[in-house]
Ligand binder design. Sequence first.
Ligand SMILES: Cc1cc(OCc2c(-c3c(Cl)cncc3Cl)noc2C(C)C)ccc1-c1ccc2c(C(=O)O)cn(C)c2c1
Length: 233
Amino acid sequence: KEKIEITKEQQALMKIILDAYNRHQIPQDVAKKLLQDQYSAEENFLLLTEMATSQVQVLVEFTKNIPGFLSLDHEDQIALLKGSAVEAMFLRSAQVFSRKMPKGHTEVLEARIRKSGISEEFMTPMFNFYKSIGELHMVQEEQALLTAITILTPDRPHVKDQHAVERLQESMLDVLRKLCALQHPQEPQYFARLLGRLTELRTLNHYHTEMLTSWRMNDHKFTPLLCEIWDVQ
Ligand SMILES: Cc1cc(OCc2c(-c3c(Cl)cncc3Cl)noc2C(C)C)ccc1-c1ccc2c(C(=O)O)cn(C)c2c1
């Protein structure tokens, strides 16, 4: 039985990532609106757009706290953020569904997503993903590391120095691997299951692009920040 040891510097890295993950959350007033406003498809779309915009801001702050990220080439930093935003947001909203929010909020949020102009064909993979994340019962550290690993994916479009990104991602993957082994000793394949979710996440990118197109076809407007990060309009 190999002795799994998380080194001092890996513990320091873990603490930085976890603090950043917990420090940046959607402001309560935005989350509270979930329960108040009306339920028309229009209202729901606007609320979801507001949450997505707030979530992108949260994501940028989190990313800036990933050790080594700010030392990357500046254009690569942008390419990584644009390339991973949708996946990181699906990961976050899945985690919110599976655990974080007070009971009532989850149903309300699901109802709003289901009635916001997203066609059925994208609902199924989205809620299947939410369910598959929920079934993992990830601890905060695992969620934070998985988000950082998603952001540090080297083969995003337009990334020039992929090796520099790979090195950062590999150090995160090593900590996550050890953490999984320590947290789930009786489930040796748990780490592989987590990485499998990252593959499922990539398929959601494709659906999301179609979702954006269909919203735009119905003349839905996005905020400047979403237009910039998702290259729409
Ligand atoms: C739950 C959701 C949805 C969302 O995006 C909403 C959207 C999506 C889309 C869709 Cl529907 C599902 N998953 C990912 C995408 Cl990105 N695609 O386009 C839009 C808008 C532009 C209509 C953005 C953000 C949250 C979200 C995230 C975190 C929290 C949170 C906390 O951290 O404590 C509390 N609350 C209420 C949260 C809500």
